[in-house]
Design a protein around this ligand. Sequence first.
Ligand SMILES: [Zn+2]
Length: 341
Amino acid sequence: MSTSFYGDHYSSYFNVSRVRKVSSETSESVTTSTTLATSTSSITSNKSTSAVHKPIEDEELRKLRRLWWEEGNIHPQAKWEEAKLPYVIAKDITLDEYEKRTDEFNVHGLWEWINYEVIIYELPLKRHETFIGSITSEIMEKCLPAKRTDAEIGNLGAIRTRVDNSGKEADACFRPSKPPVQPPNGSDREGEPWPNIVIEVAYSESEQHVLDKVKKYWLGNLDRVHDAIVVKIDPVSTGQIPKRMQAWHFCISDKRHRYRDVPHRTYFEFGTHDKDGNPIDIQQGQCIIKISLDCLYHDKFPDIVIPRQLLPDPIVLDFFLIRESFLLLLEQLICDKTLAD
Ligand SMILES: [Zn+2]
């Protein structure tokens, strides 16, 4: 498959590291620390927590954190695990400069650019990356029968987009071969077609941030993405296995009013425990998301025939199996003692 076919920004999870370097000190224990609540770098407007740290410490921390933007350096003392996300790491930055640095530092699916500000919304942690790998491989496996046909589904990785005065990437996205669209309706504000399926996995990222991004951006209007799958994994401490996992499925066909957010079509919890820590026992076939072939092949080239003989309609993603694959990979990482984060 030609990468140029999918634009210049193809970056598959499997062949391109999503970050240049990850500090082994970065811990998974994301807390509700208000350390940065009064820092000029934090976008929170909550000023009531100003007594927590002296301003001088905040300034030092802010400089250490800014090294990620300036040098691609996730400094071990930057205490990213305590940062309140989303976190504004740089201001007065052009979109071109932002994109240049994300390329240079190979950062994908962690930063976004909004109105000249660079915002960190997710940390480069193995649990985040591993889940993206698990769900991506499940989707690609389901689409495998169409491989090397005209109807092959491409995995675009964290493709770059720029509309609504912002620059955003998904964690993974998929589409068949699609013709260019009328500028400026493309995902690059020009003619680049949008992906049909977008996957967003939130680990450090807040549930509200990820859901807003999906509803307002990916599914902001009828000309963009068709379906979005959102997964929120509640963060746990270093060496622990995540317990609470939630999933949402959105389809743009469910958007009933232009100015109202699209409601979710499917929602379930598929972790081993609920939010109160009570065990939940899901079975195979219980927590599923169905993607219809009409959604998957939305706006394909007219001469491509939807391969109904090759693929089931709908494609069924069983989150029991995706969870099993994810947990197995994590357990292997822990056994290898490489799960520093
Ligand atoms: Zn759909």
